[in-house]
Structure formats: C-alpha cells, structure tokens
Design a protein around this ligand. Sequence first.
Ligand code: HEM
Length: 150
Amino acid sequence: MTIDALGPFLLYTKSLHVISVIAWMAGLFYLPRLFIYHCDVPRGSAESERFKVMERRLYKQIMSPAMHATWMFGILLVLTPGVIDWHAKWWHVKLAMVILMTGFQGACSKWRKLFLEDRNTKSQRFYRFANEVPTVLMVIIVIMVIAQPF
Ligand code: HEM
C-alpha cells in the first residue's frame, strides 16, 4: 500500500529520515559510554548523581524522540510510491537490523533505570561490549541501503 500524495515530498522525507537517524545514532553511541564511566564512580557520590542526570537527558531529550522520528519518516518512505521493492532482500535485512537496534534502545532504557536506582550489577566490560552493538548494526544497515548487495 502506498500514498500518492507523499510522492512530491520524497527527498524531504528522506532528508528528515537521515537527520533523525544521525541524532538517534549519536545517542546510541554515547549512552553506553556514559554507562562505562558510571561504573567507575561510587554509588551515591555527586559524580554518580551527575551521570544520572546526563543519562536521563540524553535518553529522554535525544534518543527517544530521534528513534520515534526515524521510524515515522522511515514508515512515510515505505508508504511513498516507488520507494520500496518488497522483493529486494537487502530491505528485509535492513528491517531486521533496525528492529534489533530498537531492541538495543529498550535494553539501554532498562540499564539506565537500574543505574538510576543504584541497582546496576553489570560490569564495565559488559558495557564496553554493548557499546559495539549499535556500531555493527549501523554498518550493516548503511551497506544495505546504499550498496544494496542483494
Ligand atoms: C526505523 C525504521 C526505519 C525504516 C522504516 C526505514 C526505511 C527507509 C526507507 C523506506 C528508505 C528509502 C530507501 C530508498 O530510497 O531506496 C530509507 C532510506 C535510508 N535509511 Fe532508513 N529506515 C529505518 C531506519 C534506519 C536506520 C536505523 C538507519 C541507519 C542506521 C537508516 C538509514 C537510511 C539511509 C542512510 C537511507 C538513505 C539511503 C539512500 O537512499 O541513499 N534507516 N529508510
């Protein structure tokens, strides 16, 4: 199903999609890094409270709106006539990676709440590993949409 009225706005919708993606990625790259630093400071310390404020602002003011905007403009692109070829395999791989990225954001939200309540039990090593996940997903997504290998 497509909506003809979206046709003339294609390039603007795509621009807004990519702008939202950039903001979302910035948050996804930075929040796990804040968790890495947060692991280093004692619970209840002034630094820990400062990290909580930084994590809340990053999540609520940037990551969450940017993720919603990415999905909204992405769905508008899907609904624009002539954009999606449902037979192309790359599109399904992209969609799967985007769903994993959204799931990763859900995990970040859970970890942020644990830090907020001084209940984090995960190690710095765990967050260092988690920090790589959005990078790997982003590389695959960009190769899918730009190179469209299959
Ligand atoms: C959240 C769900 C998403 C949906 C529904 C979606 C959907 C779309 C659609 C339909 C297009 C147009 C494809 C075309 O013109 O051939 C597009 C373009 C694009 N998307 Fe997404 N996308 C999503 C998330 C993302 C994410 C997370 C990234 C990057 C990490 C991304 C990166 C891009 C790029 C770079 C383009 C421009 C490709 C080009 O035409 O040169 N998208 N997206």
